[in-house]
Design a protein around this ligand. Structure first.
Ligand code: NAP
Length: 393
């Protein structure tokens, strides 16, 4: 009889196809086709290097199997299979030692960003991976506007029109953009991921369009391509991706949104969705938004027009006057944040720079202690409830 083995898998529903795991794996055990990103059971050595780099936690899936799932099987999946029922003998055979070693490695790896998340219980069901590398959607650029007034920090609001193509997106989802041309090995470039910054009914209500918030990166292939595109140009789009960083439908849900720079994209989508649909009292939204300066904060102008009753804003600057990060402001607003942390209606969203996550976790630890709570325990409950969402790269 074959011994059961623990197999490392990727959840195709949650994976946003950023390929970071594939680029990180030191033994080349992760690969992709046009559809999915998969793990080769023959080469994966459980080093866990891919776990902390995954922005969504979709990489953190394990099944105990007698016969590992083949690459072909994994490529065909739209969702992960459930854990199979194993016979008693199979389940008991030789897994304990492996489990101890893996638990230790995983505990270390989980200190990274992302983490396994669940969608809010009342979120709408997202469409995923409708357009892939082999069959991307073609969109037309219908707008490309500067969002910052800082030549060193060019961030753009780019509007894509999907014409007659069905392309349903929910707030919080991402799309891939395939830059034209080939890489050094002559292969087509992989798509680059961007969070959608418009709500589900379109950048303009009723139009089949969406917007992205793109920062020009020095030497960045896709960001320069996108930021330079004129109106009328066509782009190849994959997606939509992401099944957990979603908005609860419940109007009473309280949203605590923490972001830096272009990580504000999904927060804009959430705000616009609520602005367009709420016609009565709501749980409210509180945003902590960090940027270098006022001039480099995306959407500074439009944000000033959002009513305070809809969105409480804490705009925080690191290079204007005294240096301040979002986590510093969370501490400065300790009482308000503590009240939100303790409220079972609160949903937390964190998006932006990878480095911010650690600082925010530290601030939450301090704030939780101020009300006699343990942040890690609170966070685990929130995650399990679909109320804690992190997307940092
Ligand atoms: P940025 O301008 O470089 O930074 C924004 C602000 O964050 C600055 O004030 C910066 O301060 C501050 N900051 C730097 N390190 C920090 C830390 N450890 N804790 C708290 N704040 C910190 O931001 P950006 O260039 O727009 O980059 C945004 C990032 O978000 C990118 O890495 C992008 O890939 C990511 N992003 C992720 C998603 C997603 O996951 N869905 C979506 C959009 C963007 P100083 O520079 O002055 O130190």
């Amino acid at each position: 009889m074959n011994k059961p083995v623990k197999q490392h898998l990727i959840d195709p529903e949650i994976c946003i196809r950023c390929y970071t795991c594939e680029m990180t794996c030191p033994v080349g055990a992760i690969e992709h086709d046009d559809n999915n990103v998969v793990v080769n059971a023959d080469s994966c050595n459980f080093c866990m290097d891919c776990i902390p780099v995954c922005p969504t936690g979709s990489i953190d899936e394990w099944r105990v199997v007698v016969e590992p799932y083949s690459l072909e099987a994994q490529y065909s999946w739209e969702e992960l299979p459930e854990q199979e029922e194993l016979g008693q003998d199979e389940a008991a055979t030789g897994l304990e030692a492996l489990d101890d070693a893996m638990a230790a490695l995983l505990a270390e790896a989980h200190k990274g960003a992302g983490g396994k998340a669940k969608a809010p219980a009342t979120a709408a069901k997202p469409s995923i991976n409708m357009y892939n590398l082999g069959k991307p959607a073609t969109a037309k650029i219908t707008g490309n506007y500067p969002l910052t007034d800082d030549p060193e920090h060019d961030v753009r609001h780019i509007i894509l029109d999907l014409g007659n193509l069905p392309f349903p997106v929910l707030e919080g989802q991402s799309v891939g953009i395939i830059p034209p041309g080939t890489d050094a090995e002559g292969k087509p470039h992989l798509p680059r991921l961007y969070s959608v910054s418009s709500p589900r009914d379109g950048e303009r209500p009723g139009f089949n369009n969406l917007s992205l918030t793109v920062k020009r990166e020095a030497g960045g292939l896709c960001s320069n391509y996108l930021c330079d595109l004129p109106t009328g140009a066509e782009v190849q789009v994959t997606g939509p991706f992401g099944a957990t960083f979603l908005l609860p439908a419940d109007a009473e849900a309280k949203l605590l949104m923490i972001c830096t720079g272009t990580g504000s994209a999904p927060m804009r989508a959430f705000t616009m969705r609520r602005q367009r649909t709420l016609n009565g009292p709501s749980g409210g939204m509180t945003m902590f938004f960090g940027a270098r300066t006022k001039k480099s904060l995306p959407y500074f102008g439009p944000l000033s027009k959002v009513p305070k009753s809809l969105l409480e804003q804490h705009l925080v600057y690191s290079r204007e006057g005294e240096k301040e990060y979002v986590q510093d402001r969370l501490i400065a607003e300790e009482e308000k944040v503590a009240e939100l942390l303790a409220d079972p209606k609160t949903h937390i969203y964190i998006c932006g720079l990878r480095g911010m996550e650690e600082g925010v976790e530290r601030a939450f630890t301090t704030i939780a202690e101020s009300i006699g709570e343990q942040w890690i325990a609170m966070r685990d409950v929130m995650r399990e409830d679909g109320r804690y969402h992190v997307e940092t790269y």
